[in-house]
Write a protein that binds this ligand. Structure first.
Ligand SMILES: Nc1ncnc2c1ncn2[C@@H]1O[C@H](COP(=O)(O)OP(=O)(O)O)[C@@H](O)[C@H]1O
Ligand SMILES: [Mg+2]
Length: 206
């Protein structure tokens, strides 16, 4: 089983949104058993999952303290992928999740403030020598700031897939348990999430 952790100590960058979208996409695409784990006490991913009609991914309840054990149980139960969402701020929880990760995704918005805020998360990832990539999220199309941000981030590590735009489909999907590609008009969102999954799944094979 491969564990993909969404980590960024800053809130509002898209960890939960992308965790929902990517886990739903991965389960549809791979046709394998996929788990989601919500380590955020605010429980946004859990609420998304509770209102979801589709049967996959499946939610596994865990805390930072039980994460390792729950992941071992999931592996034994035949899950192919586990997607872990982490809370903003709680560095200890983020650190525990990163310890268990096969791959870490760090969502980042294209603003200097957001890019400046990734240092503490990067330090933990690098400390543990985990493979990781940034995901450019909420890029407003037809602005140069997105491109500049990608160049800036590229100094620190790989940037996954293609930039993910600011799209209503991502926000709407979270309200009713779907993921952006499952929402009407989510065609471009689908391309973005597909590119992210292609990137992650090929990096997991390395
Ligand atoms: N690509 C996107 N397009 C539009 N809205 C987005 C996008 N990504 C995230 N959002 C919205 O931004 C807010 C914060 O995203 P969220 O995933 O909750 O961030 P985090 O989990 O990092 O705190 C939410 O309201 C979400 O709907
Ligand atoms: Mg969140």
């Amino acid at each position: 089983m491969k564990t993909i952790v969404f980590a960024a100590s800053k809130g509002g960058v898209g960890k939960t949104t992308l965790c929902a979208a990517l886990s739903a996409f991965a389960s549809a695409k791979s046709k394998k058993k996929v788990a989601v784990i919500d380590l955020d006490p605010q429980g946004s991913l859990t609420s998304w999952w509770n209102s979801r009609e589709a049967e996959s991914p499946e939610l596994i309840e865990a805390s930072a303290a039980s994460l390792q054990e729950k992941l071992s149980q999931a592996e034994a139960a035949g899950y192919a992928y586990a997607f872990v969402d982490t809370p903003p701020g709680h560095m200890k929880t983020i650190e525990t999740a990163i310890t268990c990760a096969d791959y870490v995704l760090v969502p980042c918005q294209p603003s200097p403030v957001d890019i400046a805020a990734i240092g503490d998360t990067l330090a933990v990832i690098e400390d543990q020598g985990k493979p990781f990539a940034f995901v450019m999220n909420r890029v407003i199309s037809r602005t140069r700031i997105g491109e500049q941000a990608i160049l800036l981030l590229a100094n620190h590590g790989k940037v996954a897939g293609i930039p993910i735009a600011q799209r209503t489909a991502f926000a709407t999907a979270m309200t009713d348990g779907r993921s952006a590609p499952e929402v009407d008009g989510g065609k471009q969102a689908t391309e973005e999430i597909a590119a992210l999954w292609k990137f992650v799944s090929s990096n997991l094979k390395k």
